[in-house]
Design a protein around this ligand. Sequence first.
Ligand SMILES: Cc1cc2nc3c(=O)[nH]c(=O)nc-3n(C[C@H](O)[C@H](O)[C@H](O)COP(=O)(O)OP(=O)(O)OC[C@H]3O[C@@H](n4cnc5c(N)ncnc54)[C@H](O)[C@@H]3O)c2cc1C
Length: 461
Amino acid sequence: MNGAATILWFRRDLRTGDHPALASAAASGGVLGAFVGDPALLAPAGPTRAAHLVASVRALDASIGGRLVVRVGRPEEVLAGLAGEVGARRVVATADFGPAGRARDERVARHLGERGVDLELCDSPYAVAPGTVRSRTGEPYRVYTAFRRAWEALDKARPRPAAAVEWLGARSEDPSGLLSLAGRARPDYFADLPDGPAPVAPAGEAAAHAVLEEFCARAERYGEARDLPGLEGTSRLSAHLKVGAIHPRAVLNAVGGASAPFVGEVAWREFYADVLYHDPDSARAPWRGTPRPLRADRDGAARERFAAWARGMTGYPLVDAGMRQLLAEGWMHNRVRMVCASFLVKHLHLDWRWGARWFLWRLADGDLASNQHGWQWVAGTGTDAAPFHRVFNPVRQAERFDPEGRYVRRHVPELAHLEAPDCLRPVGGGLLAPGYPAPIVDLEAERREALARHAEARGRA
Ligand SMILES: Cc1cc2nc3c(=O)[nH]c(=O)nc-3n(C[C@H](O)[C@H](O)[C@H](O)COP(=O)(O)OP(=O)(O)OC[C@H]3O[C@@H](n4cnc5c(N)ncnc54)[C@H](O)[C@@H]3O)c2cc1C
C-alpha cells in the first residue's frame, strides 16, 4: 500500500464515478469504503426504501470487487473502530445537509477528533450545495421562481472522471442485516396497513445511468408528457438520486439542453433542500412565516379515513390509483402525489404529517426535504405562493390529466372494464364496479369545511 489508508464513508453517494470525496480519499493512498447502517436513520424508513437501499449498497459492493465494508452501529463508534483497525487518520465523506445528517456529522467529527482522526466533508448531493444560493442582500430565497433564476445563473461543476482507487478490505457484515433495522419507528395510526416491500427496480450506479440514457431518448417530450400519469413521461430517476447512485450534475449535463421543464423539476429538489437547510424544523412544523396549520381530526373516524386513503379505497378513482401505485411500486407520479396529498388534507381533514409519514414509509425515493415540503406546499403551510382556496378536485384532475383512464384502469382493477369518463368518476357501491367502494366523503361539503378551517386558522372565523 502507498501512503496511509483513508476511509471513504459512503452515505447518500453510493457510486464510484463523478465522486469528489472518493477522489480526495484516493489521492493519499489506499481507500477503505465503508457503509454504516445507522439504526437511528433507518428506523423511519419503510420496507421499500430499505430494500432499495440494500440493493444499492449491494450494487456498490459488487462494483468495487466485494470490498465494501458494511457495519451496523452508531457511526462515530463504527468509524473510530475501523480507523483503528486499518490505521486511518482521515475519514472522507460527501457533506450531508439534512437536519439529522448534520447533527450526526458534528458528533462524528468530535468523536473522531478526540482520537486523532479527521472527518473531511466535501461536495454535496446537489448541483449547488444547500445554503449557497442567496439574494443580493445575502438572504435565502423563500420563493421557488426567484431561487430558480439565481440557481440557474450559477456555474455548476461538470461530472468528473472516475478516480483510480486502490480498495482496501476489512471484515464486513451482510447488507441484508440493514433490513431488520428499518421500520422500527412505525406510528400507531398505520395500524394494520400493508407492510410488505414493493418489488425493487434494478439499483446501483450502472442501473441509474441506464435509466438516464433511456430517458434522454425521450427527454424532449418531457414538457408535454410529464403531467400525464398514464404515460411513461418522467425520468424515474428519483430513487437513484436519493441514494446518490447518480449525481444531479450528471443528470443535468445529459438532459439540461433538451428540456427546460426538466431542469425546473431538478431545481425544485435543490430548492426544497435549501429551504430545509435554513429551517430544519420545517421537516415537522409549518414552514417559517406561514399561517398556522389547519385543525386536523385525530379520532377513530379520522384513522379509518386515513386507512381507506392509504389502501386506495376512498371511492375516488385517481386518488385510489395513486395510493395503490404507491403500495405496488414504491413510487407515485408527481401529479398524483399532489392530488392524493391535497385529498388527505383538504377533503379528509387529516394532519399533513400523517400523510407525509406514510409517503416516506412507502416511497423508494422517500426524501425528507422533497417529501415534507411537497406536503407543506399542498397543505398551504409551505412555500406555495398560491392561495389556499385552490383545492384539487380529484375527479376534474383525472378528467384533465388521465382523460382516457389509462392510469386509473391500470391501478384499480375493479374499474378496468369501464371506459373513460366512467372510470374517472365515483361509481362504487353499485353494480357498475363490484368490490369498489362508494366515496367516503362528499367533495363539495368537505371543500367548504376545509375553507372554514383555513379561515379559523387565520383567526378570521
Ligand atoms: C406530496 C409530495 C411528496 C413528494 N415526495 C418526494 C420524495 O419523498 N422524494 C422525491 O424525490 N420526490 C418527492 N416528490 C417530488 C416528485 O413527485 C418526485 O421527485 C417525482 O415524482 C419523481 O419521479 P421522477 O424521477 O420520474 O421525476 P422527474 O419528473 O423525471 O423529475 C426529475 C427529478 O427532479 C426531482 N423532482 C421532480 N419533481 C420534484 C418536486 N416536485 N419536488 C422536488 N423534486 C422534484 C426529482 O429528483 C426527480 O427525480 C414529492 C412530491 C409531492 C407533491
